[in-house]
Design a protein around this ligand. Sequence first.
Ligand SMILES: Cc1ncc(COP(=O)(O)O)c(C=O)c1O
Length: 391
Amino acid sequence: MSRPDAAQRVPLERLISSRSRSIDASGIRKVFDLAVNLKDPINLSIGQPDFPVPEVMREAAANAVRENRSGYSVTQGISELHAAIWKHLEKDVGWKGPTQDLGNIVTSGTSGGLLLSLMAVLDAGDEFIAPDPYFVMYPQIAKMIGAQCTLCDTYPDFRMTAERVEPLITPRTKAVLVNSPSNPCGTVMSGAEMRDLVDLCERRGVLLISDEIYDEFCFPDARENGCCPSPARYTDQCLLIRGFGKTYGCTGWRLGYAAGPMALVQEMAKLQQYSFVCAPTPLQWGVIPAFDCDLSPAIAEYARRRDMVVKAFEGVAEVARPGGAFYAFVQVPKRLGLTATQFVEKAIERRVLVIPGKVFSERDTHFRLSFATNPAKLEEGLGILRALMSA
Ligand SMILES: Cc1ncc(COP(=O)(O)O)c(C=O)c1O
């Protein structure tokens, strides 16, 4: 058979699914396109820690590679890592596992856990509630699985309270997704707020999914009883999704875990078996020593930078004081008459890279600033942003 010439070929674009077409990846890309020719940029847009992976973890991962422990692992993850996770969960939130009712799965990053959990729970047309501002992936996962992501407007204090969530629950709502400490705001829920959310979800028969990727980055002034408020402290009927990437500076290792009701975890394992298969095996070995690493110097440093950020905008712009993570969500002063996107374009002209709120929200009034960067650059960037706001 002769090959069709170029004019006869079916254009590949015609084959793209409406699911894929519905996903718009342009938000952050536009910012990076604008920044591509910048000389010596001050990059306050990056969402990953700026310190090296602890030596013990690198050594453990390297040993696993050297010793050729590089094959598939069982879908749910190696038992040695499970043991380390359960030891940590017991200390952190009082969960003892595994039991018949409580299970755990090692996932390909927190993203893997989020995708599998929502796939396990939601049918096409079902709904879950997520905060606005949100982590960029939440509404996009809804599109991938044909579900609806209902946004809970949390402006101006960015707290996803039970009071704000309750009116959004419909007969199709199956899950509420909470993220504390949050991306992009750094908001940390209080224990009382989390408890109310747990009570609401239990009362209405909705699953509470807690994205706790920044759980360790909870600043001392936001911690309650030595622990970042997790719903797991109040119930074992929620799903925890956690990650190693942000906590230990190894975002590229793609490792996280989910823990919660066994029935749900087993469904996630089934889905993982036919998609991700397993999380990267040598790196599962690499994160076993993670829980013994002392993160307090890094957390203290981020708290110090948080204070620098809050101070820099004092009297110039509104910024809800972040209680954790390494982001601040700063409001563009109204008197400038600019959308956040327009303000960010001006900031980029002055070499400062931040992300407009529209990427994370229905609104375009704020921008996200990451303080996971070296303090000298941060100081310089803050000075430029402040000057732009004062102009
Ligand atoms: C709130 C939140 N959840 C999940 C993720 C995804 O993390 P991972 O790299 O572990 O997949 C991120 C990454 O930025 C995040 O900010």
